[in-house]
Design a protein around this ligand. Structure first.
Ligand SMILES: Cc1cc2nc3c(=O)[nH]c(=O)nc-3n(C[C@H](O)[C@H](O)[C@H](O)COP(=O)(O)OP(=O)(O)OC[C@H]3O[C@@H](n4cnc5c(N)ncnc54)[C@H](O)[C@@H]3O)c2cc1C
Length: 314
């Protein structure tokens, strides 16, 4: 008989694992305090591009595997995934173009349409963009259509507390794994964004990782302005930070500051010793597979990691 699986967490990691298990015929339930758009995943930008996650030798293969799945999902207009030109810039000096981006590079030079006066260099790549307002619901629906069940408002103190009717536990608790798996290696990398109305002239994603971190990401119905990255647990939006984000994005894009529709804060689950994707035994002998610590790349790594979780069930 197929195993009965409990996945803890309903952010992008838990929902993607849910789809993988349910569509392969496993009786699968997702148990989580918060679901989809309420989670850190709901605050993400969420572009495909590895950022703030370790170690590179695992992150890049997971990212490339995920890219392939997302390219296919972009063909489904209901998924919330689309392909977009990402223009990655540097304020001073010559930007390094990572080798692994080569198949997706559109332009390796700033010039012509890539010119933005405040930046010195940049390159453009074609990448998937997940509109979190659509994509997380898409994953949840796909999971449920494959027979999966989602139980919200469930807060677990420890993984052993998962009901014994489940044979296998998958831990996708994001930064919550600090308490749930007693993992002191997890560090909350706080990110704040401002959601503004659609900007007519913006049809590519603009990103600059140099301080101050800056990005403007056009989505179907709005635009995400960011951002910040600091070690902090504070989930309350800071109005001064929102103001600074909107000011810098408007300066770069050479537009009047737009009104702010919403502010969002999320805690990127950064793990100093790298993404944790491994098996362990619970005290009652059941297997748990950990899948957390994806930092600023949870969407970028989601399908690659979910595939590896599935491989680990043995
Ligand atoms: C501002 C910002 C921008 C970002 N941009 C990008 C981007 O462009 N591209 C990208 O790939 N990534 C991006 N990220 C990172 C990405 O959002 C995270 O890596 C991803 O959301 C992690 O997903 P997760 O499912 O592992 O965790 P989460 O989304 O945090 O979900 C954790 C789940 O576990 C549940 N949970 C936790 N503890 C417990 C408990 N004790 N009991 C029960 N349930 C529990 C929670 O309720 C939730 O359902 C960004 C993040 C931020 C904050």
């Amino acid at each position: 008989m197929q195993k009965s699986v409990a996945i803890v967490g309903a952010g992008v990691s838990g929902l993607t694992c849910g789809v993988v298990f349910a569509e392969r015929g496993f009786r699968t339930s997702i148990l989580a305090e918060q679901i989809g758009t309420q989670t850190t995943s709901g605050a993400a930008a969420a572009l495909w591009f590895p950022y703030d996650a370790e170690p590179a030798e695992k992150v890049i293969p997971w990212a490339l595997a995920t890219y392939q799945v997302l390219v296919d999902l972009a063909k489904d207009s209901e998924s919330g995934v689309s392909m977009i030109e990402l223009r990655q810039y540097c304020r001073t000096g010559k930007i390094q173009i990572p080798d692994w981006t080569q198949p997706y590079v559109i332009s390796s030079e700033v010039g012509g349409p890539l010119t933005i006066s405040v930046f010195e260099s940049g390159f453009a790549v074609r990448v998937p963009l997940m509109d979190t307002t659509i994509y997380l619901d898409y994953l949840a629906n796909r999971f449920q259509n494959a027979g999966g069940a989602i139980q919200g408002k469930v807060r677990l103190e420890k993984l052993d507390d998962v009901d014994l009717k489940f044979d296998l536990v998958i831990n996708c608790a994001g930064v919550g794994a600090r308490e749930l798996a007693r993992d002191v290696d997890l560090e909350p990398h706080r990110g704040q964004v401002a959601i503004v109305p659609k900007i007519d002239k913006l049809n590519s994603a603009i990103v600059c990782d140099d301080a101050p971190l800056m990005y403007a990401i056009p989505r179907k119905n709005d635009c995400v302005f960011g951002g910040t990255n600091e070690v902090s647990d504070n989930l309350a939006p800071d109005p001064a930070t929102t103001n600074a984000i909107v000011t810098e994005c408007s300066r770069v894009l050479e537009i009047e500051a737009p009104r702010v529709l919403r502010e969002r804060v999320g805690l990127r689950p950064f793990r100093k010793s790298g993404v944790r994707l491994e098996r362990e035994k619970l005290s009652d002998g059941r297997t748990v597979i950990h899948n957390y610590g994806h930092g600023g790349s949870g969407f970028t790594l989601s399908w690659g990691c979910a595939g590896d979780v599935f491989e680990l069930i043995g």
